[in-house]
Design a protein around this ligand. Structure first.
Ligand code: ADP
Ligand code: MG
Length: 246
């Protein structure tokens, strides 16, 4: 893998919360175009890992390079990496006082300096891509959870990120809305987007993941192709986890 194809390069990355180690010597490489699924028990460090990748959390030791930017505590590296990564949260985190299209226009205008017209055209394109162009002028509260999450995906895409980060994007949804969000994510993966998805949707993993990473207690315990991971997990911890969720 050449350096320019590398979207994430983590070497011995550790993260502590006041005396507690949430990430322990994480080594991870993600290449352009890959779809990675991260799974593992609650509290295993999945969110912390993904939040370190866009500097919502700062790691304390090891080396972390995301989209070619070495993450340090400098404001510069934090701003640079946030411009290049798109994040989708469990609880959508849309701005409630803005319409759907305004939610998608704000970052391209403020961060990228796009004109209002250009930002509107970009937002419309991505709302089409997630199949809700007709919701553009509504407020988040007027939408279903599945629609809100698709707005959150469109909002992230509007910044043309090098990598999309998803943290349990379907966990807060009613069951009948999970499919529409997963379908959108499958489309993105098939179009070649680079994606790192914390999810327990194992059918999604089977369908599009290049690799499944299993975390437990702050470490990456297993990493492999989905077929191999599901058919033949290498550790008791992974076997127990799969027995619980499948
Ligand atoms: P997961 O997403 O796999 O459920 P997290 O990454 O959220 O796990 O959390 C990993 C561990 O770090 C947990 O034990 C959690 O309690 C702890 N943790 C996460 N965020 C904080 C924080 N801001 N302060 C203190 N501890 C935290
Ligand atoms: Mg989490």
């Amino acid at each position: 893998m050449s350096a320019s194809d590398s979207v994430v390069s983590a070497k011995k990355v550790s993260k502590f919360f006041t005396g507690f180690q949430a990430l322990k010597d994480i080594d991870l490489n993600v290449a352009k175009g890959e779809t990675i699924v991260v799974c593992g028990p609650s509290g295993s460090g999945k969110s912390t890992l993904i939040r370190c990748l866009n500097a919502l959390e700062q790691h304390q030791s090891g080396e972390l390079v995301v989209c070619g930017i070495e993450l340090t505590s400098s404001r510069q590296s934090i701003d640079a990496v946030r411009r290049r990564t798109g994040m989708v949260f469990q609880n959508f985190n849309l701005f409630p006082h803005m319409t759907v299209i305004e939610n998608c226009m704000i970052a391209p205008m403020k961060v990228k300096g796009m004109s209002r017209d250009e930002a509107r055209a970009t937002a419309e394109r991505f709302l089409k891509r997630v199949h809700i162009p007709e919701q553009a002028d509504k407020y988040p509260a007027q939408l279903s959870g599945g629609q809100q999450q698709r707005v959150a995906i469109a909002r992230a895409l509007s910044m043309s990120p090098d990598v999309m980060l998803f943290d349990e994007p379907t966990s807060a949804l009613d069951p009948e809305m999970v499919r529409e969000v997963l379908d959108t994510m499958v489309e993105l993966a098939k179009e070649g987007s680079t994606m790192i998805c914390v999810t327990h949707e194992m059918n999604f993993a089977r369908q599009v993941a290049d690799r499944v990473i299993f975390m437990d207690r702050g470490t990456i315990v297993e990493s492999g192709a989905p077929e191999a991971f599901f058919a033949n997990p290498q550790t008791d911890r992974a076997r127990e986890f799969l027995a619980q969720i499948l």
